[in-house]
Write a protein that binds this ligand. Structure first.
Ligand code: SF4
Ligand code: SF4
Length: 306
């Protein structure tokens, strides 16, 4: 599996605003299929249960956010805030993923930076992942775009090629892939269910509006962390402990998200990312020259490591 990720980050950024209306319709892939997300986030990275726990235990729960879906039909949904929300056995189903605040980024060799929804862990200057060499690097990111190829789905690399030219997907053999959690086996492992739908009154509407609160996000993180693969049940003691930790989270990532939201639209200078993220303790990134040794642009994975 070979991809050229240098200067791309197409799978870490919502780059649809860079396209005209027709082009945008072509990359609305997440709004197709039987279940449409309630939120507008593009390319949300779904985390596995143990990854959610790992972020939680290291104080980074404030970098996480849930995703719920519209029900495909009345039979599978539960009504909350007047909306049919996809559910399993009457319990609303959700992912936990990484938040995407607005950051000024210039992907695809663009000369000027544009404020685009960007993964909390993407260094907006180098367009590299800050947690690539970290235990918390999500399996979903490590397996991208191999999962898409294994499922015979178009990849973000090809969408970027179609819109901006160049060659990103250099080899379309997915090879061996891990972590393809699909169907029933995903319950409690990657797809979680909330045991108390009534508690989500008001939350669903805020998810649709992109206005989830710290408390809302902490609730989903806690339920996911207290889940067990293959079951709909959660452990109440684990839930209580996880909820407390999630509400206490005050990481560089959460504080940077608040600041990016506050500054969105301002004219960025070259040091802005350093001041917002690095100065708050974000892990650094090496830059492309360091990875490529000056001789090759061949890269692998969302962050483009060799
Ligand atoms: S590779 Fe890193 S920056 Fe990109 S989506 Fe994954 S965690 Fe975020
Ligand atoms: S895997 Fe690499 S080439 Fe493909 S969209 Fe992501 S950053 Fe771009």
């Amino acid at each position: 599996m070979e991809v050229d990720c240098a200067g791309c980050a197409g799978c870490c950024i919502d780059w649809r605003p860079l396209l005209d209306v027709a082009g945008r319709a072509q990359v609305e892939h997440e709004r197709h299929g039987p279940r449409e997300p309630l939120d507008e986030t593009y390319n949300l990275v779904p985390l596995e249960r143990d990854e959610v726990r790992s972020f939680l235990e290291s104080g980074l729960a404030d970098a996480l956010t849930p995703r719920l879906w519209k029900a495909a039909d009345d039979a599978e949904g539960v009504v909350i805030d007047g909306r049919e929300v996809a559910a399993v056995a009457g319990r609303p189903a959700f992912f936990v993923g990484l938040r995407k605040p607005p950051k000024p980024v210039a992907p695809f060799d663009l000369e000027t930076a544009t404020w685009l929804p960007t993964c909390v862990f993407l260094d907006p200057t180098t367009l590299q992942c800050r947690i690539h060499d970290d235990d918390r690097y999500p399996a979903e990111c490590g397996e991208y775009p191999a999962h898409n190829l294994a499922l015979e789905q178009e990849t973000e690399c090809e969408r970027v090629e179609g819109a901006f030219g160049g060659e990103r997907l250099l080899d379309d053999d997915p090879g061996e892939t891990d972590g393809l959690l699909l169907g029933q086996q995903a319950i409690g492992g990657k797809v979680f269910v909330h045991p108390r739908p009534d508690d989500l009154e008001g939350v669903v509407e805020r998810a649709v509006r992109g206005e989830l609160t710290t408390e809302d996000r902490a609730e989903f993180v806690a339920v996911a962390a207290a889940s067990s693969p293959g079951t709909l049940a959660i452990s109440e003691p684990h839930y209580e402990d996880a909820k407390t930790r999630a509400l206490e989270a005050d990481s560089w990532a959460g504080r940077a998200i608040d600041e990016w939201n506050r500054l969105e639209g301002e004219n960025p200078d070259a040091t802005l990312a350093d001041r917002i993220e690095d100065a708050r303790g974000a892990p650094g990134t090496p830059g492309w020259d360091a990875l490529e040794g000056g001789s090759s642009e061949t890269t692998r994975g969302r962050d483009g490591s060799l």
